[in-house]
Write a protein of this length. Structure first.
Lengths: 345, 584
């Protein structure tokens, strides 16, 4: 009962992360590419609940910023120019869920004021908006790559274990080859053959396809082991004796046995693949400017001044920690749950 | 009484030291030496200076070196005959103490300083000069200096007139002839002639060569080299400059170069106090170091605009991959280039890319080159409306979504390549992408490894547009012949043209050749101004911005006078001294 509750909480957390990313256009106050060239590296905006007279308001306000005359790059709040935060405001156009044209944003302030809840970057772009849009690419790339990787792994692992013989040998040797491949260099080589510019959409599919395809070997080997031991079990032999087809036997008897491995692998592979996308984008092999991903946002930390002076630019790295924790905890909880079911059976 | 063995050994050691060759101690000036007297304040002798180099030098051979690091070290080991003063940007006597030009401008008679010695103590005379130019001009040696010593297609002729006089003959009058000699290091014939005769000059003076086999007329000589870590130079005791008090320069005992990986590492080492001078900071690192300036023991200086100009250009090469030919119809139209230029916000670029420590550019000649910049070139502010009008006049239209379409109704889009290792240029390209969106042009930015960028621009021509930077080594227009002449190796937008492909390129060719042989500076300036005007009108390169020269030094270093010309900080290394006189 307690385990189920934990799984529910973790599923909700993981689901919320993905929903936030999916609804980035609505949740983000600005377009990810919108530059404010007079507001570079602005620290996170403060929300004021008290007006200059000290009266408390339920609706928070954002104060205007002014660059200090003798120290460029340093901003001070002008408390005389505070504007209330508004909800469901009109702003830049975006496609809600990638389908509907929309211009409403959850919150914002009236122009010319700007609200940077997580600060701005070197072009004056809102880091929060970029973080949300970047999550679309990083999170979904990891999730879709996991699905692709597990699908190939299940298909080849169960087949290799069930049929054995030369088919098993070929699949397993291929798996070993894929495990031994230095995949970062492989991706570098693949990128070199591709055209100079690839649109963000195509790059997204390319990234998840390559990451997912390269990672099938480990789950395939694990599932093949389960299938190998399962196919000699008495109930499976009996089912075969009753005329069960290969597909039926694999689906009805072998796959359920591999389910705990699948969920554990999903929990482990998803953060690993998110990290793979982040790494590739960090190295400049992902989507190009101005489209954000957590990896290319982190790449700005390669600059010494950004690393030491603007702590809010670490936001994508800090966000990765809870994302990984949620996925790992979810993987563990699902595995425990699956083990409990097996024992109870 | 017999001398004690240890005393005898000591005496022998002293004798061996005296007889073994050049002394490490500064030699007092002799009356026979024709020395250069520095007019800088008199300093204190002693101390070591540590500076950083962004890469390890490849060689110490002045004849074959091509990389920046090698040339920076070699500049401290050697001297030239006529030198460009990095501060005044004008020529001044160096090894040649005086020179005369014949009435027809074809012959230079150079009088060399008497009694000078190389850093190994051997005597210098005209034979060393003649040998040096023979080596540089030898086609088989492949020296990069050879190209600069060829005037109107013919190599200069250097002859010895007597032990301390030489003549230099040109095939046609050359306005910048005196500047030819800058950075052409004079070589010791005694040390290098055997290698040259054996055809092994390219192998001479590598980093593994013992220090005593390397000698020059520069302020320092090689002391030691630790691969991957550092290279140490020590004072040349025979250097040919003295201060006003008659003390032989340089003041410093040693100059150590430490090798660092990149600009950020250079800034970190300077901030930590590991290095004493930083030759070139970028604006981002400057802003970090600035915070420690008052608390720290160093000071930073923004000495204003540099000679480096960053620019956007389109691929106008005729030998192109087929997919680029369609887009070249836009690129070849000057009105398209002008519209793009008008839509770029250069002031914002300086603010975002250089944190305000730079200069917006509308001409490739930066304000640092105050002798040659044409101040009458207009500086139009960003105007999307004006840019749209120009595009309409060129036959472009916009669709309902605001996308710019050409005459065949194809959307106008192109890719800008730039070097991934240069964060400033990546930022420039990203800002252009955002600015041109207002014109309905979709721009993609692709940052590549620097060598890939160069390969695409100079070899395969497989690119659409690029953001690049060039930094002139000298202020004189003659230094840019290879960029503006249609046959030049750095004529980036259209390389290897057998003939100028447009009338305005033909006019630039004519003007550049004319200014090269004109002897009056006023006439040369008028000709070069016209070149700048044509470049501004035709916009084959769209100039963007120039960074300021940002340097830093420890407070204890005196006579620190950074200059716009490279090397910005160590150009007057003989005159640098420490206020304490000791080690930093």
């Amino acid at each position: 009962m307690k385990l189920n509750r934990t799984i529910m909480v973790l599923l909700l957390a993981a689901g919320a992360l993905h929903i936030f990313a999916l609804c980035a256009g609505f949740l983000a106050p600005y377009d990810f590419a919108q530059q404010n060239r007079d507001l570079l590296y602005v620290p996170p905006s403060r929300l004021h609940f008290n007006d200059p007279q000290g009266r408390w308001h339920l609706r928070p306000a954002i104060c205007g910023l002014a660059e200090l005359p003798n120290s460029p790059g340093t901003y001070a709040e002008d408390r005389s120019r505070c504007l209330p935060v508004r909800f469901l405001v009109r702003g830049s156009e975006y496609k809600f869920l990638g389908i509907f044209h929309c211009s409403r944003h959850l919150f914002g302030v009236d122009p010319p004021a700007r609200m940077f809840l997580l600060g701005s970057d070197g072009y004056g772009r809102d880091v929060l908006s970029r973080l949300l849009y970047g999550g679309q690419l990083s999170l979904f790339c990891g999730s879709l790559a996991t699905i692709l990787s597990l699908s190939i792994g299940v298909l080849l692992g169960v087949s290799a274990g069930y049929y054995g013989g030369w088919f098993d040998a070929v699949v397993m040797r291929c798996a070993e080859l894929f495990l031994a491949l230095p995949w970062i260099y492989l991706l570098l080589a693949i990128r070199a053959f591709l055209p100079l510019h690839i649109s963000a959409g195509r790059m997204f599919f390319l990234l998840f396809a390559v990451i997912g395809f390269v990672g099938w070997a480990r789950p395939a080997r694990l599932i093949r082991g389960v299938a190998l031991s399962g196919k000699e079990r008495g109930y499976l032999l009996a089912a075969r004796g009753f005329g069960g087809s290969d597909l039926y036997l694999m689906k009805r008897h072998l796959l359920p046995q591999a389910s705990s491995i699948l969920v554990t692998q999903a929990g482990l592979l998803a953060p690993q693949y998110i990290l793979a996308e982040v790494t590739l984008s960090f190295l400049g092999l992902g989507v190009g400017e101005p489209v954000p991903s957590w990896g290319n946002m982190l790449a700005t930390l390669l600059q010494y001044d950004v690393l030491v002076s603007y702590w809010w630019m670490w936001a994508p790295g800090l966000l990765l920690i809870p994302v990984f924790l949620v996925y790992h905890a979810l993987g563990n909880a699902l595995q425990e749950s699956a083990d409990c079911r097996v024992y109870s059976q | 009484m017999k001398p004690r063995p240890c005393l005898l050994n000591f005496a022998l050691l002293v004798m061996l030291f005296v007889l073994s060759g050049p002394s490490a101690f500064t030699q007092p000036p002799r009356s026979t030496e024709d020395l250069f007297i520095s007019d800088n304040p008199v300093g204190r002798t002693g101390g070591n200076l540590v500076v950083s180099l962004r890469s390890e030098p490849k060689t110490l051979n002045p004849v074959t070196s091509t990389d920046v690091s090698s040339r920076e070290v070699i500049a401290q080991l050697t001297s030239d005959m006529i030198h460009i003063n990095r501060s005044s940007q004008r020529t001044e006597p160096a090894i040649a103490k005086a020179w005369k030009v014949s009435a027809n401008g074809l012959q230079y008679r150079l009088e060399l300083r008497h009694g000078l010695r190389f850093s190994d103590g051997s005597a210098f005379d005209a034979d060393d000069v003649v040998f040096s130019f023979k080596v540089y001009l030898d086609e088989h040696v492949h020296s990069p200096q050879r190209d600069t010593l060829i005037v109107a297609g013919k190599p200069i002729v250097v002859r010895k007139l007597d032990q301390y006089t030489i003549s230099v003959e040109l095939s046609q009058p050359y306005a910048a002839a005196e500047r030819l000699f800058d950075s052409v290091a004079i070589l010791p014939r005694r040390l290098l002639e055997p290698a040259y005769n054996d055809g092994k000059l390219d192998q001479a003076w590598g980093l593994g060569t013992p220090p005593q086999l390397i000698a020059g007329l520069g302020p320092f000589r090689l002391k030691s080299y630790v691969p991957g870590q550092s290279l140490t130079l020590e004072r040349n005791p025979y250097y040919w400059k003295v201060d006003k008090a008659g003390n032989r320069l340089p003041y410093l005992n040693e100059l150590t170069y430490v090798f660092v990986a990149n600009a950020d590492a250079e800034a970190i080492r300077f901030q930590a106090g590991d290095t004493d001078i930083i030759n070139r900071l970028n604006a981002d690192d400057y802003s970090v170091l600035e915070k420690d300036e008052h608390a720290g023991s160093f000071h930073l200086q923004d000495i204003g605009s540099s000679l480096e100009f960053n620019f956007l250009f389109f691929n106008l090469n005729s030998s192109l991959p087929s997919q680029l030919v369609r887009k070249q119809i836009w690129f070849r139209d000057a009105r398209f280039r002008q519209a793009v230029s008008l839509a770029i916000d250069r002031n914002a670029m300086v603010r975002v890319v250089y944190r305000g420590r730079g200069t917006p550019l509308w001409t490739p000649v930066t304000p640092a080159n105050n002798l040659w910049v044409d101040t009458s070139i207009p500086h139009p502010a960003r105007s999307v409306e004006d840019a749209k009008k120009i595009l309409i006049s060129a036959g472009f239209v916009w669709n309902a979504e605001g996308v710019l379409l050409d005459k065949s109704n194809s959307p106008v889009e192109f890719t800008i390549i730039t070097s991934a290792s240069n964060a400033q240029r990546v930022k420039m390209a990203t800002m252009i992408q955002s600015d041109l969106k207002d014109l309905g042009i979709q721009v993609q930015v692709v940052s590549l490894d620097f060598h890939s960028v160069l390969d695409r621009i100079f070899q395969t021509h497989d690119y659409e547009a690029a953001v690049l930077g060039l930094g002139a080594g000298d202020v004189d227009p003659s230094a840019e012949m290879n960029v503006w002449m249609s046959s030049g190796n750095d004529h980036v937008w259209d390389l290897g043209e057998p003939h100028p492909s447009t009338p305005w390129e033909a006019e630039i060719d004519r003007l550049m050749e004319e200014q090269l042989s004109a002897t009056k500076r006023r006439k040369r300036k008028a000709l070069y101004d016209r070149v700048q005007e044509i470049l501004a009108e035709q916009a084959p390169i769209i100039c963007l911005a120039s960074p300021d020269i940002l340097v830093g030094a420890k407070n204890e270093i005196e006579n620190f006078k950074p200059a716009a010309l490279d090397p910005h900080t160590l150009w007057n290394s003989p005159e640098l001294f420490l206020s304490s006189g000791g080690s930093l």
